[in-house]
Design a protein around this ligand. Structure first.
Ligand code: NAP
Length: 273
């Protein structure tokens, strides 16, 4: 029996077990996907167990996406640049760390808006946390023309701009509307708008009608930001697809099958968020 699982603390809220168990059943695999709730002092031991206890790999979630890196044998360039590992592959006793959020983020928009390309586009990103790093990496990889970072703590956005390069600019939260007029896409990577977190109170009326609004928050599925965007006629992309598509490369690496993201799966996961 092959094993995989999710390592974090806590992990009981995670949707990854439901998602991977769905595919395990669908493809008739002899495998199981476990909740591996791990206290910080046991992280090293837990990662060590992956080498020796029949695991093909694991997902890593909050708060260990950075902390796990020192326990691994190899880390992909992409995960190094993003500064976080969300997936481990075990191969011949060695542990490889990768980050699949880029693929999740990009596949989701490709599926929702077929033919969309970031090439030479102007993007505004709200937030400068871990998710923003994966989104910036994705946009640069896809040839975005200009990226504006707007974050409550401006210094964090400035640090990211310095780290990721020239065509990244920073604007203060209070002057967000100055960046919206020429934007092709607005992406929310803050936790605002998520159930139990604060409200994302912004006015997106300066955004051109042809612009896209992408909210990576998926709980609720239709955030206030997406409601506002739909109301004023913008195309929208929600965050659930990113969650589903980031799991595809992990499953593929572990079990050798590229699983399908279907309407049925989307419905199942949406019913649990
Ligand atoms: P993080 O590293 O903690 O960053 C949080 C970001 O939100 C920071 O930019 C922070 O600004 C901002 N923020 C938090 N509270 C705020 C407030 N009251 N006012 C203004 N800004 C505020 O978190 P993360 O890992 O980047 O995750 C962010 C969100 O993305 C979460 O909701 C997460 O669930 C979601 N996410 C979704 C997916 C998916 O698959 N769809 C994947 C990854 C993450 P400061 O810098 O000023 O603190």
């Amino acid at each position: 029996m092959k094993k995989a699982g999710i390592i974090g603390h806590p992990v009981s809220h995670s949707l990854s077990p439901l998602l991977h168990e769905y595919w395990i059943k669908k493809y008739g695999l002899k495998a199981e996907y476990l909740y591996l709730d791990t206290e910080e002092e046991n992280l090293g031991n837990r990662i060590g167990e992956l080498r020796t206890s029949g695991f093909v790999g694991a997902n890593i979630t909050v708060p260990y996406k950075e902390k796990v890196m020192k326990h691994l044998d190899e880390i992909s360039d992409e995960a190094k640049k993003i500064g976080a590992v969300n997936t481990i592959l075990v191969k011949e006793g060695r542990l490889f760390g990768i980050n699949t959020d880029t693929e999740g983020f990009l596949e989701n928009i490709r599926e929702t808006i077929p033919g969309f390309s970031f090439e030479r586009r102007r993007a505004v990103i709200l937030g400068a946390g871990g998710a923003a790093r994966a989104v910036i990496y994705s946009l640069l990889k896809e040839g975005a023309g200009e990226i504006w970072l707007v974050n409550r703590t401006k210094e964090k956005a400035e640090m990211l701009a310095q780290e990721f390069g020239n065509n990244i600019h920073v604007e203060t939260w209070g002057r967000l509307n100055k960046t919206l007029g020429g934007a092709d896409i607005l992406i929310n990577t803050t936790s605002l708008g998520m159930k139990g977190k604060g409200k994302l109170e912004i006015d997106i009326s300066p955004l051109p009608k042809k612009s896209i609004v992408y909210d990576i928050v998926y709980n609720p599925l239709e955030t206030e930001l997406l409601k506002q965007a739909k109301f004023q006629g913008n195309k929208v992309v929600d965050g659930l697809g990113m969650l589903l598509y980031q799991a595809v490369p992990a499953f593929h690496l572990w079990f050798g099958i590229k699983p399908k993201v279907t309407g049925e799966l989307r419905k199942l996961i949406a019913s649990r968020v």
